[in-house]
Design a protein around this ligand. Structure first.
Ligand code: SF4
Ligand code: SF4
Length: 178
């Protein structure tokens, strides 16, 4: 039921592991940093169903005192559902190449987002790569094609929703499973 989704997660994890093997000294994203773990994260239907199906195997933490934090953070600042966390949680720290169409929209929203010669945008969490992904000078093969990953996820979700007669456009709060 979740095979295509799990294949996509594995491909992203393989990319991450390869990136660490090649550029570990440049990567400053680390276990224990959880600044990106904020409340209100939403996902597509297939991701939500995957979380809901698998979460009984995990000890879900009680909500942290700080209501701005994701409810899956445990007292040590670690993700209590790390192995089944959704795609967005796996992508945030990675060097993402955003194609020209999406880059245009981002640039309109925030003019400080600068496009490169091909019209694309390179993005990464501000706290990773010492806060300046451009200085890491990663080769093109070590940048993740975010458009491709997100389009693939949307296609997988579409097929899944058609099978279960669900609304393909609907987003779900991950914290609502607690
Ligand atoms: S699900 Fe886990 S990785 Fe994702 S925001 Fe919540 S605590 Fe962080
Ligand atoms: S993606 Fe950024 S905020 Fe999130 S854990 Fe990594 S360095 Fe910290």
């Amino acid at each position: 039921m979740f095979r295509d989704y799990l294949d996509l997660l594995k491909k992203v994890d393989d990319f991450t592991n390869n990136l660490k093997a090649k550029h570990n000294e440049k990567i400053t994203c680390h276990s224990g940093c959880s600044k990106c773990c904020i409340t209100g994260i939403t996902v597509w239907k297939i991701e939500f169903d995957h979380l809901q199906t698998n979460s009984p195997s995990y000890k879900l933490t009680s909500p942290p005192d700080d209501s701005s934090r994701c409810k899956f953070l445990n007292a040590n600042g670690l993700c209590s559902i790390y192995k089944i966390r959704p795609l967005v949680c796996r992508l945030w720290g990675l060097p993402l190449m955003i194609g020209p169409d999406t880059a245009d929209s981002l640039h309109k929203l925030d003019s400080s987002i600068t496009k490169n010669g091909s019209g694309s945008v390179l993005m990464c969490c501000d706290l990773n790569f010492d806060g300046d992904i451009s200085k890491a000078a990663l080769p093109a093969n070590d940048l993740l094609n975010a458009d491709l990953v997100l389009t693939t996820l949307a296609a997988i979700n579409h097929v899944y929703c058609e099978k279960f007669d669900s609304d393909v456009t609907k987003r779900f709060s991950i914290e609502s499973i607690i």
